[in-house]
Design a protein around this ligand. Sequence first.
Ligand code: WT7
Length: 641
Amino acid sequence: MKKYSVPKNFNSSIGHNSLDNYQSLRKNAEQDSNSYWESVAKRIDWFDQWTTVNNTDYSKAHIEWFSNGKLNASYNCIDRHIENGLGEKTALIWQSNDPTTSTNVSYNELLKKVSLFANGLKRAGIKKGDRVCIYMQMIPEAIIAMLACARIGAVHSVVFGAFSSDALKNRINDSECKLLITQDNGVRGLKFDIPMKENADKIADKCPSLKTIVMVERSENDMFMKEGRDITWNQFIDGCSSECPPEVMDAEDPLFILYTSGSTGKPKGVMHTTGGYLVYASHTHELVFDYHQDDVYWCTADIGWITGHSYIVYGPLSNAATQVIFEGVPNYPDFGRFWQIVEQHKINVFYTAPTALRALMKEGDDWVTKYDLSSLKVLGTVGEPIKSPEWHWYFNVIGNEKCPIVDTWWQTETGGILMSPIPGCIPTKPGSATLPLPGIIPEILDEEGKVITERNTTGYLVMTQSWPGQMRTVYGDHQRFIDTYFSQAPGNYFTGDGAYIDDDGYFWITGRVDDVLNVSGHRIGTAEVEGAIGAASGVAEAAVIGYNHEIKGEGIYAFVTLMTGVASSEEIKKDILDTVTKIIGPHAKPSVIQFCSGLPKTRSGKIMRRILKKIAQNETEDLGDISTLADPSVIDSLLEK
Ligand code: WT7
């Protein structure tokens, strides 16, 4: 595999400029981890110093960093920059779906807006530790709402704006949110009326903890407002002071909950705390993107996912970055939208998902070459492995062979990037997240939990040591935290990914080892989708498999059996798709539905997914060992697709 050296003239300001430099940093961090993390933590302003750097005990699944340190995340993301003379610096460049509209928000303005809303929250009775749900699209108020929660010590739970009302309800109820912040309608591409408030209205009565709904007026549409419960954003802050002292938070006080899919039907509330998370998001944002003070940064993620939390809100803002936030989609008004924005706002650092690159690459280079992309310096990817064709397209056509590509491997649980090339230091190989960041100690284990020392041998990826950004618990279910992450390989954090190390020590992620799919960089549990399909009328049982999909990375392939007497039809297919959209959201809809008379099961009733996977991928020549099947005749019916 060809290695790409650091592009010539790539000049890193933060002192990481050679592989040797990286190796010595990594060695020092490994040998004296406390000093390393202590020096990293100093980038954040603390009201009170910590007494212990790391109080983690993996054997008890107890994770604790910077004990007794006091800080506030919103203060670190806003106030301190103003104190440092950066008040007039642009924090956010909001690029609306409409290419002709963009708005700048300076750090001074951000402070005022966040403080006003924080005071509104207080007036509505929200206190430190209360949970607040945010169900919005990419508008500045979404970020303002997150920072306002952080300012008063309320715990935000952002629910991705494409989730259905049922999914919203389950998340509000799981963490007993008292207040919901949403908008009238969402605007994305050719969709101008995405029903956000309407979705909230459908379920508000089924959320006993929910007392207030705050609604941003994004569209001009008239909305139903329930007396005593619903209030517009402007009314909510009307008469509030624009000064709100930041609450003093303990390092281990929760900052937010973010739900993510696991191998059961119920999403997990991943909980991150204030000190360690902020230190880690801030540090990795500078290190991995080589962020300089005068750079313009753009991450195309949505705040509904961890990438938006760490690399739109807390990382960049704690580093006083200027960044674009984008409401729209890559193909509206045409396939050149991303590159038009890069030219318009002179983006230096661009961070996106391989799935977006695949979709755009397919449309040809003319959409790219008509724009001036010479401002670009670092290009990043996240969410799934990047394959060779799109890596080369990104490197050659977008980056003009001048920009290092940082393929960042991490998870909702890890809070920030754990493995990535450091630009200026680490030569890249297309498809590999290369090496761990300093202080991160990955290992590959076999089935028995023994370390695999041979090169190029796939096993389970674990982390042997904690790092500050690590999740602390599954909200309300610490046992599930232990079971999911600390029981397979006791003493290690179990990532759920497979990986191998090549001859140069580079890591290659081979994908999930659990029943979790990665569709367009979004994590979806097979059990969740199977449950949703099972709720459609006439369906007896469903098994869901991920198969190679040209654009999405993994597509969802559903095998469905129907109840006796029910015949397969286009109506049932449509009903299945509608039901999945209703229960989860449109992003979880299967790309293929195959009706079958039975599913391949073992005698103990376990579905043999490996057989279904081969059928879904048309690899039916050799189905492997089928001797444990309870009823081998189902295979013939499955092959008649
Ligand atoms: C899973 C985490 C990390 C934020 C977005 C997704 C896969 C993520 C990479 C990468 C190969 C990757 C893993 C991981 N993944 N980044 N660079 N190369 N695989 O967060 O929804 O928590 O999903 O995404 O399988 O476990 P997430």
